[in-house]
Design a protein. Sequence first.
Length: 336
Amino acid sequence: MKKKINMTEWMRGIISRKDVVAIPVMTHPGIEITGNSVLNAVTDGHVHHKSIEALAAKYPTAAATVIMDLTVEAEAFGAQIAFSENEVPAVIGHLLDSAADIDRLEVPSLNSGRVPQYLKANLLAARTITDRPVIGGCIGPFSLAGRLYDMSEIMMLIYQDPAAAHRLLAKCSEFILKFCMALKETGVNGVMMAEPAAGLMSDDDCKRFSSDYVKDIVDQVQDDYFTVILHNCGNTGHCTKAMVATGAGAYHFGNKCDMAEVTAEVPEGALSMGNLDPVSVFKDATPEDVRRDTLDLLEKMRQYPNFVLSSGCDTPPHTSLENIDAFFDALAEFNR
C-alpha cells in the first residue's frame, strides 16, 4: 500500500536539500522501452501505465509524470482527433463556430472519449509507483477553449465578444475541475496543467482569460496531498506574473524563456521547473550536447533552491535513451 505523500513537505524538502532534483516530462521513451506504440499508450490505460512504470524503474526522477496529451478533454467535448501509430494525437479542425455554438455546448461526463483510460493509467501508476509522487496531467482552460473554437478565432473572440469567451471558458473549467477531482481520487499526488495557449496573451489578458479560471480550480483541488503544477511553454517571460497569480504549488516553464528571470518571479516556497528544449536538446542533440546544455542550465540556476531540472515540455517520440542518460549523468556530475 502506498504511503500518502505530503506534497507540501515534499516540496519543502526539495527546496531545502543541497542537490538538484530532476522531473523531466517524459512518457514516450517509456512507450518505446516497453515495445508499444503511441497509439496503444494513448488509447489503453494499461499500456500507458506500463510506460510510466518502466521509466520510474529506469531513471531517478523525483516524480513520475503521465503523458502530456492535449487532446483528451477536447475529444470528450466532441472534437475530432487524428491518431497515428507513433505520433502524438492532434485535434482536427474545430468543434465550435459561433457564440450560439458555445451556448449549446454541453459539459461532458467523465465517461466520454478516452477519459476513463487516462483515469485508469493514473490509478495504476498511483498504486504501483510507491517511492515517489505520481503527477497526473490535464489541459488548461484557455488551451482547451482554443482547441474547441480554433486558436486564431479564440484570440479574436476575447476582444470581439469577451462575454462569449468567458461562457466557453466557464464550461471548459467546469470539466477540467471534474477531471482533476477524479484524478485526485485515483491517488496521484498532483496534476500538471498544460496551458501553453495562455502564453499567446499579454499578462493582463492571461490573468483574465486563463489564470482566474486556473486559480478557481487550484483553490478547489490543491491541498497538502495534491499539488497543481502549472505548465505554460508559451510564456516567454511576459506572463509569469499572471501564472503566479493562480497560487499553484509549482510552475513549469518552456525553453522560450530565460529560466533565471522567470524563477526570480516565482514565490520562494513554490517550485520552478524547466526548461531544456525537448526537441533541439533531448531529441535532436548529441549526448555530449545534452550534457553541456544540462550543466550550463544547472550552473545558471545554482542560486535558486526552488529550481527543479526538467524538459521545457513533454519529450517527443523517438527521443534517444542515450540523450536521457546524458541528462541524468550531467545532473549527477553537477550534484557531486
